[in-house]
Every structure is written in C-alpha cells, then in structure tokens.
Design a protein around this ligand. Structure first.
Ligand SMILES: C[S+](C)CC[C@H](N)C(=O)O
Ligand SMILES: N[C@@H](CCS)C(=O)O
Ligand SMILES: [Zn+2]
Length: 344
C-alpha cells in the first residue's frame, strides 16, 4: 500500500492518510536514535554525533532500529540526522564515500525492517491494503545547525551571512542522494527557523523529489519555533508544499506539545506528527544531557491521549526517549482502538 514513488502516480497526502487508516487511525514513530545508540555503548562526543556510528558501528544502528520495531514503531528514522556530505568530507572521505555513507543509513534501516518482518509470523505488508502493519523508513535530514555540531538547532541562529540560497546549496545533494536511496519518506527534523523551512520546500520542488516528506519543527517556548520565528508561518510554508504529507514538532519538551499542536492545526489539515524529547536539557559543549530535568516514561506516555485529542495522528519520541517509551505509546494507542467509545 505504500508506493515510495507515490508522487509519480498519485496524491502523496492520500497515500499518507491511507497508511494512517491502515495503522488504525494513528501511527507510531520510533524514539531517540542517537541517545539510544549511547545507551547501547556508543560514544557520540564527535562533530558527526550519531552519524559517527555509520562509520564505526553500523551494527548498533541496526540493533536500535530493531528495538524500536519490536516496541511497536511503524516508522523508523534513519541515522542521517547529522550525516552530511560536508561533514564527511571534512573527515577525509571522498564525495563517493560520503554519498555511500548517506545511502548506508537508509540501507541499515531497510535491513532492520526486513529482519523484523521476516521474524514475524504474520510478516509485514508494504504493498497492499491488509491488516498487517506497513513499516516505513524515513530518511532523516537534520538542519544546518545540526551540522554545526554546537547545538545550533536549538537556537536557529545561523548569523546574518546566511541566505536562502546558501541553505539550499548546503542541503541539495544530500536530499537527492537520500531520496534515491530507497526510503519511503524524507523526515526534515528539528527545523529551527523559517528560512530553513523555505529552503526545504523550494528544494523539494526544484529537484522534483519523488519521495513524500514531513516537516518537523522544534520549540523552546511552546509558541514559536526555537529561533523565535512564528510556528504558524513555518507550518504554513509546509502546508503550501504539495510534497509535504505531515507537519509537526519534535525534540521539544512534552509540556509544550499540546499548545503547539493546536497552533499547527490552525493552518493545516495535513496529518500532524509529534515526537517530543524527554524534556531534559542538552549541554552542547559537553555533548551531554542534563539528567533528571525531564519527565518519566509514564508521564510522557500519559500525555499521548491529550496530544491525540488536540489533533495529532503520528506519535513517537525524540532525544532521550527509549524503546520503553515507544512501547508505552503503542499500548496506549492500541487500547484506544480496542474501545471505539474512547477514540476521538
Ligand atoms: C538534537 S542535538 C542533541 C544533536 C547534537 C548536536 N547537533 C551536537 O552535535 O551537539
Ligand atoms: N532522529 C534524530 C533526531 C535528533 S533531534 C535522533 O533521534 O537522533
Ligand atoms: Zn532530538
């Protein structure tokens, strides 16, 4: 039922709505990838952050994807968040090698999906309208701020010299390579400002990208995106782009999510996705999380009904959420489907 080339043969938004219907009305996205790699022993104190594992420990990436699939995720996000051609080249990789590393992030996720589906007695179903789950691989594109490796995706401040053209040039080839690597979706994640949203929207059109995308912004005040740009304006850019099939919020503390969903809903009828972080604070100098400043798994999961009532239909977790968080989300949503009276 999911045709990755859907943009060539039909309306990608219809395809996303069909996917959600097949999943029971709501779909489960995975949880934090990088922080779960760390929980599995990876040292990400590196400018490439999680993309370092594409070079040093791809087996860990596959394991974490599998853990999220076992926990109930319908969508897994690749390890390409901080994987950029510019970042790999500065480490001595050639253009060809750097592009191969980007493709590898999609390859590992597809491999994890195959292993998971073969291990299920019912299998998975990615090609017809059946009760079996469809599992999607979303290729992550982290912001220019992520590439800077100094936590700039939490400020969205790229300086006065940054222009729309420069941002488009920064992302262009990476987007092309990932879109042709066999993914089902492009996940533009942790988008911190309006300029970058505009750059992504224009690139999707200019490069005639055939894979549907989602735009996911982050906020630190529950009103605007982190740069201070208006979420309403950012979400409007995403809404206007035909290739965007879902719009939402990630890597943002849970307490802000309900209000942000309500704001987003004012400017779009497209499905709304949310995958908040644990609410903990990130120290970009130490590349460490300031522990116990966030919410427990139970509290996180108890928000899900509120978020659903507010209008979201894709739910997952970002940094410092775990397979346990995703298992909890999956159970809450399954219970909702079992009891139609309680569904929204
Ligand atoms: C979403 S943040 C925690 C990602 C890591 C950041 N770009 C860094 O390199 O420190
Ligand atoms: N997909 C990325 C997002 C970081 S904000 C991750 O989970 O590591
Ligand atoms: Zn995050």
């Amino acid at each position: 039922m999911w045709d990755a080339m859907g943009l060539g043969s039909g309306d990608p938004l219809v395809q996303m709505r069909d996917f959600l219907r097949q999943a029971g009305g709501c779909a489960v996205i995975d949880g934090g990838l990088a922080t779960e790699l760390e929980a599995n022993g990876a040292d990400l104190n590196d400018p490439l952050w999680s993309a370092k594992c594409l070079i040093s420990s791809p087996h860990l990436i596959r394991k974490v994807h599998l853990d999220y699939l076992e926990a109930g995720a319908h969508i897994i996000i690749t390890s390409s968040y901080q994987a950029t051609l510019q970042g790999f080249k500065s480490r001595g990789f050639s253009t060809e090698e750097s592009e191969a590393l980007l493709r590898k992030s999609v390859g590992i996720a597809c491999e994890a999906r195959d292993i998971y589906c073969k291990g299920r007695s019912e299998g998975c179903d990615n090609h017809s309208d059946s009760k079996k789950p469809t599992i999607l691989v979303a290729a992550s594109i982290g912001s220019y701020g992520a590439y800077l490796a100094d936590g700039s995706e939490y400020s969205g401040d790229y300086g006065k010299e940054m222009t729309l053209g420069k941002l488009k040039d920064f992302h262009r080839r990476r987007l092309e390579v990932l879109a042709e690597a066999g993914c089902d979706l492009i996940a533009f994640e942790t988008i911190p400002n309006k300029l970058e949203a505009q750059a992504y929207a224009e690139l999707l059109e200019e490069e005639n990208i055939k894979i549907p995308a989602w735009f996911s912004f982050n906020s630190k005040d529950g009103v605007n995106v982190v740069s201070g740009d208006s979420l309403i304006e950012c979400a409007t850019i995403a809404d206007s782009c035909k290739k965007v099939v879902a719009i939402g919020i990630n890597c943002t503390p849970p307490r802000f999510i309900q209000g942000l969903i309500l704001s987003t809903k004012k400017v779009t009828k497209k499905p709304i996705l949310i995958y908040p972080n644990s609410g903990e604070r990130y120290d970009p100098d130490k590349k460490e999380w300031v522990a116990s400043t966030g919410v427990t798994d139970e509290d996180f999961v108890s928000y899900v009904k509120v978020w659903r009532e507010a209008g979201a239909s894709l739910f997952g977790g970002c940094c410092r959420t775990t397979p346990n968080t995703i298992r909890g989300i999956s159970r809450v949503l399954e219970k909702e489907y079992e009891d139609p009276k309680s569904s929204v």
